[in-house]
Design a protein around this ligand. Structure first.
Ligand code: HEM
Length: 429
């Protein structure tokens, strides 16, 4: 990184350290760092130990500017999520590239638009409408189980974890019996630093971590190979049938691309939606006035959904790399530089959001970047919002009161995180 050698825009080491510290994302210190960076060095360089230096993009406008210039800022050339030098080196030895999988997230044009077009129509509201009645059934059953808990539950364990997982698995066509396996794989892939969900511990070497990641991918690959064979012979009305039979230039996708496709759909959609769903209930449980406001006016539910996605911002970052020398926000960014898009910071940018730390279901407009922006904008955003809206429509009318019943705990992870324990008490109407 040429630019990074100058040191002019360096971020203080203690703040840079929080960006790569999974615990800082669990105890909220990350938001102190983001706040400091937005005010003092909104586009600075972090040089934490064990990582290549990277630009830290904390302003909403810069995140959007980078995300919409997809030729100038690539996804595929360097790791798409924060990765240590040692792990990147291992991955390059295994795959010849910086990433273990090649899903939509790790592609650029010309492949990216072709692969995205294969399922884009599936994820549009017009098609999702077909599933609304079934999603409502799943939501009702989930709510009934929660109400049967008799006034207290762990909302993550009892509602938020299972509900979006079940919806995406039905849409994908994975049998219910296999859902625990999918959940575990996702948690290991997205939150490998959290001691509660990890197969690994911090002590593992880069070699061990890469071996573990390869094992996870091999698990997925073997699992979905069978599904592919089945759906080619017996097509159904599910997303696996679309992926299994999709052709690029007249040929089925190469197997690695196909596994990656199943993986992104199977993993991207539930931990993220779970975290946002839990975020909404957390916000309402700690603020009786906000709860009363939404109860009194169900038209606020879509606003509640958007605000919880902004406030929680489960995907904390994605990385990009510059394909040419360029300038942004008064900084000279060099070809090859790595950039961290801090969505959770953009979503608390004081220049865009009034009183940004406050949770307000009636926030309008709410132009958050929790789903990213530009060509890679989350494919599942309408599905995530539909699931959340339906769950709250089914749940809130039953609740007379809602409050916290103990300490909320967040997952320790710098990629995707959110509540992992949310004890609540509630009274039923
Ligand atoms: C991409 C967030 C739910 C599937 C993304 C990106 C973000 C994100 C930040 C990257 C966008 C970018 O680079 O500009 C979220 C959040 C969710 C959520 C916060 C829930 C609240 C879902 C669901 C699915 C899904 C339910 C469906 C299965 C995808 C896919 C991509 C993606 C396939 C890759 C798109 C591409 O690179 O073209 N998501 N997501 N996501 N998301 Fe989501």
């Amino acid at each position: 990184m040429d630019t990074a050698t100058t040191g002019d825009f360096d971020i203080p080491a203690d703040i840079a350290a929080t960006l790569v510290d999974p615990v800082a994302y669990a105890d909220d210190r990350i938001h102190d760092s983001y706040r400091w960076l937005r005010a003092n060095n909104p586009l600075g360089i972090a040089r934490p130990e064990k990582f290549d230096p990277f630009w830290v993009v904390t302003k909403h406008a810069h995140i959007q500017a980078i995300s919409r210039q997809n030729e100038l800022f690539h996804n595929a050339d360097r790791p798409t999520t924060l990765t240590t030098q040692a792990l990147e080196e291992r991955v390059r030895k295994i795959t010849g590239g910086p990433n273990l999988v090649r899903s939509l997230v790790q592609m650029d044009a010309p492949d990216h638009p072709k692969y995205r077009a294969l399922t884009q129509g599936w994820f549009m509201p017009a098609n999702l409408g077909k599933f609304e009645a079934r999603v409502r059934e799943i939501a009702r059953a989930t709510v009934q189980r929660m109400l049967a808990r008799g006034g207290a539950c762990d909302f993550v364990e009892d509602v938020a974890l299972g509900y979006p997982l079940h919806v995406i698995m039905e849409i994908l066509g994975v049998p219910e019996a296999d859902e625990p396996r999918m959940l575990k794989l996702t948690q290991e892939l997205f939150g490998p630093q959290d001691p509660d969900t990890a197969r690994v511990r911090d002590a593992l070497s880069a070699e061990q971590v890469s071996a573990m990641l390869q094992a996870i991918i091999a698990d997925f690959s073997a699992y979905f190979r069978k599904i592919t064979e089945d759906r080619r012979q017996h097509p159904r009305d599910d997303l696996a049938t679309v992926i299994a039979n999709a052709k690029i230039g007249g040929e089925y996708m190469p197997e690695h691309d196909q596994t990656s496709y199943y993986m992104i759909v199977a993993t991207a959609g539930h931990d993220t939606t779970s975290s946002s769903t839990a975020g909404a209930i957390w916000a309402l449980a700690r603020d009786p006035a906000e709860f009363a406001k939404v109860k009194a006016n169900p038209d606020l539910i879509p606003g509640l959904v958007d605000e919880s996605i902004r406030w929680m911002t489960p995907v904390k970052h994605f990385m990009r790399s510059a394909t040419a020398d360029t300038e942004l926000g008064g900084r000279k960014i060099a070809k090859g530089d790595w950039l961290m898009l801090c969505y959770a910071s953009g979503n608390r940018d004081e220049e865009v959001f009034e009183d940004p730390d406050r949770f307000r279901s009636d926030r309008k407009p709410n132009r958050h970047v929790a789903f990213g922006y530009g060509a890679h904008l989350c494919l599942g955003q309408y599905l995530a919002k539909l699931e959340m809206r339906i769950l709250f429509e089914e749940l809130l009318p039953h609740l007379k009161s809602l409050s916290l019943d103990g300490e909320v705990k967040m997952t320790q992870a710098y990629f995707v995180n959110g509540p992992k324990k949310l004890p609540i008490r509630f009274e039923v109407n």
